[in-house]
Design a protein around this ligand. Structure first.
Ligand SMILES: C[S@@+](CC[C@H](N)C(=O)[O-])C[C@H]1O[C@@H](n2cnc3c(N)ncnc32)[C@H](O)[C@@H]1O
Length: 234
């Protein structure tokens, strides 16, 4: 992360702020997956996963192009971006299942808490937040045990094509020695992407990378109850 103001823009992607509890649910993460493990969160956005998992003993690095800004700028942007995300979810409430959260108010509380935790962590532990972008990450091969990627791939399939998805997934397998986990497998309107997913799994298989689909107990967008795992060790 830069430590001077350079006017970096957040861009068109929503910078959302999910919590460790949401990451645990989306990625089926146990304490065993976290404690003492080198974990990449890309895109990190304004999520509090990095702060919270680090507090548990994980060694987490978050990567996102927005981190090309000062800690003060990132902290200032987290709250309004979270309000944008909360407003979007409430405007389209019918697209989502609210039972995991309890309701729209509880969802907003979790997201606001996560944004606040992120804002505090970028100030106190800026070394955890690295500016970078898929499909070319500023990390050596095998820098992490596990890579997590939520709400960029598939979510923005309206503007990120199949070649980008494949390049991004291959890049994540380059930097993670054991596994890459990706969620959700729908776009941000909730549309399924079965053809894209089949295409990517075939391409990965042809490159010697085994993939699996895992059903989750978590489902926010209706039908978003599955995670894609890429197994980087045989
Ligand atoms: C919806 S947020 C998801 C953040 C976090 N994973 C979460 O679930 O709360 C999407 C993020 O993707 C980031 N992003 C956009 N293009 C990217 C790229 N090429 N590589 C990595 N991150 C990117 C955006 O800056 C934004 O913070």
């Amino acid at each position: 992360m830069k430590h001077h103001a350079d006017g970096a823009a957040l861009g068109e992607f929503l910078v959302s702020a999910r919590s460790l509890a949401e990451y645990r649910a989306m990625f089926q993460l146990s304490d065993r997956d976290l404690v003492g493990r080198r974990i990449l969160d890309c895109p990190g956005g304004a999520a509090s996963f990095t702060a919270e998992a680090s507090a548990l003993g994980a060694e987490v690095t978050a990567i996102d192009p927005i981190y090309d800004a000062t800690a003060a700028e990132l902290a200032a942007r987290a709250a309004p971006e979270t309000e944008r995300a909360v407003a979007w979810a409430q405007r389209h409430a019918g697209r989502y299942r609210w039972d995991w959260y309890g309701g729209t108010a509880e969802h907003a509380t979790i997201r606001r808490g996560a944004a606040a935790r992120f804002a505090a962590d970028v100030r106190t532990a800026p070394h955890r937040y690295l500016a970078g972008a898929l499909p070319s990450l500023p990390c050596p091969d095998g820098a992490f045990d596990l890579a997590l990627s939520s709400h960029l791939l598939f979510s923005y399939a309206d503007r990120l094509d199949a070649d980008f998805h494949l390049a991004a997934l291959l890049e994540l397998t380059r930097v993670a020695t054991t596994e890459v986990r990706v969620y959700p497998l729908l776009d941000h309107t909730g549309a399924p992407l079965d053809e894209l997913i089949d295409h990517l799994r075939t391409e990965l298989h042809d490159k010697g990378i085994r993939t699996s689909l895992r059903k989750l107990a978590y489902e926010f967008h209706h039908g978003a109850d599955t995670m894609l795992a890429l197994h980087t060790t045989v």
